[in-house]
Design a binder for this molecule. Structure first.
Ligand SMILES: CC(=O)SCCNC(=O)CCNC(=O)[C@H](O)C(C)(C)COP(=O)(O)OP(=O)(O)OC[C@H]1O[C@@H](n2cnc3c(N)ncnc32)[C@H](O)[C@@H]1OP(=O)(O)O
Ligand SMILES: O=C([O-])CC(=O)C(=O)O
Length: 371
């Protein structure tokens, strides 16, 4: 038995949710470029869960359900108030999502109907939790969700307490569409491994949030902004990046396990970054990002991934950098739950083998004989 480090190239599940074939990403067979152009996030969530785009009535029904479920149990909000104010925002989200199960009477109901309902609940409640935690740690009161508006609109509203500009809603909505699913990425795999033991959907999503948090995965979007902040001004950019490249340090937001010729989502985020810069009348972050891409791609051949331009976009939308990865989770919970539902449909325990490289023929030593 020989291990493949990082399971590179291993096909570990069959799925009909999203595909990456020859560098083209589709959700249920629809090219991401078409969805980024035309679809709302609510349509995409429906598509991922049900396998087809919703009719108007189905879409209205889903938005109604989001309105019905977006409130978070008072005890979960009370819990957020107890977390240390400087908690990592993904750790706070992971803890709060895990606690949601305690207040859901159907948390352990494994029927498909209950699981679909819980997927919709989780999708509705994650934005409420992220916005509430962001406000609580600043000493502000959480804002109750609105009914009848989309996830992007509601999230921005709950974060600021103000009616968001249409352009901000559209940008956030497109970002959510672009992040919704991505085949067997690490967090989705974590979710599938967890529920393949026939554990519940809350456990699966909690595992997924833990996996998304890391800087080699979703946490890279925050790390990109840390890097842009460290660079500070365009004059420092070239020496900063050159130093990283010379020292073989990773430049966050570049490279990908599957895409070697570029991530098809990055161009949409790059365009959004440019447009937001134009609207704000400040092109600094966009131009710095373009320059970093020129240097890293020019010298290493590495292309930006989904996390690179999302960092400048979210910053230009006025979002604090440690909410970038929680926003990724707000979108990806649609994909995680679609994969959990798919796993339950044809489940088998996921239990690979390890190549043993430890000592052999070792023996128990009495305490007195140990060094
Ligand atoms: C939503 C997402 O999860 S998208 C990915 C987000 N993560 C990041 O942006 C973090 C930065 N990128 C990386 O760490 C990697 O490219 C990953 C984790 C995305 C993919 O990792 P892997 O497929 O395991 O590639 P691996 O890390 O082995 O890299 C292969 C080579 O490219 C180099 N490399 C890969 N990414 C980068 C990078 N961002 N900057 C500099 N060098 C890099 C590695 O150092 C390695 O070089 P070597 O062969 O000389 O040792
Ligand atoms: O697929 C991956 O490995 C990471 C990624 O881009 C995503 O999860 O969106």
């Amino acid at each position: 038995m020989t291990a493949t480090k990082g399971l590179e190239g291993i096909v570990a599940a069959s799925s009909s949710i999203s595909s990456i074939i020859d560098g083209v990403l589709t959700y249920r067979g629809i090219n991401i470029d078409e969805l980024a152009e035309h679809a709302t996030f609510e349509e995409v969530a429906y598509l991922l869960w049900h396998g087809h785009l919703p009719t108007q009535a189905q879409l209205d029904g889903l938005i109604d359900q989001f309105g019905q479920y977006a409130g978070v149990p008072a005890d979960v909000i009370a819990g957020l108030r107890l977390y240390p104010k400087d908690s990592n925002s993904m750790a706070a989200l992971r803890t709060a999502v895990s606690s949601l199960a305690l207040y859901d009477s159907e948390a352990n109901d494994m029927s498909r109907e209950a699981n679909i309902r819980k997927a919709v609940k989780l999708q509705a409640q994650l934005p409420t939790i992220v916005a509430a935690y962001a406000r609580i740690r600043e000493g502000k009161e959480p804002i109750a969700p609105k009914k009848g508006v989309g996830i992007a609109h509601n999230f921005l509203y709950m974060l600021t307490g103000e009616e968001p500009a249409q352009v901000a809603i559209e940008a956030m909505d497109k970002a959510l569409v672009l992040h919704a699913d991505h085949e067997l990425n690490a967090s989705t795999f974590a979710a599938r491994v967890t529920v393949a033991t026939l554990s519940d959907i809350y456990s699966g999503v909690t595992s997924a949030i833990g996996a998304l948090k890391g800087p080699l995965h979703g946490g890279a979007n925050e790390a990109v902004m840390v890097m842009l902040d460290e660079i500070g001004s365009p004059a420092n950019l070239e020496p900063y990046i050159q130093n990283k490249l010379d020292n073989k340090e990773k430049v966050m937001g570049f490279g990908h396990r599957v895409y070697k010729n570029g991530d098809p989502r990055a161009k949409h985020l790059m365009q959004m970054s440019r447009q937001l810069g134009e609207l704000n009348g400040d092109m600094t972050l966009y131009e710095m990002s373009i320059k970093i891409e020129e240097l890293v791609t020019g010298q290493k051949g590495l292309k930006p991934n989904v996390d690179f331009y999302s960092a400048s976009c979210y910053t230009m939308l006025g979002i604090p950098r440690d909410l970038f990865t929680p926003i990724f989770a707000i979108s990806r919970v649609s994909g995680w739950t679609a994969h959990i539902l798919e796993q339950f449909e044809d489940n088998r325990l996921i239990r690979p083998r390890a190549e043993y490289v430890g000592p052999v023929n070792a023996h128990y030593l009495p305490m007195a004989k140990r060094a």
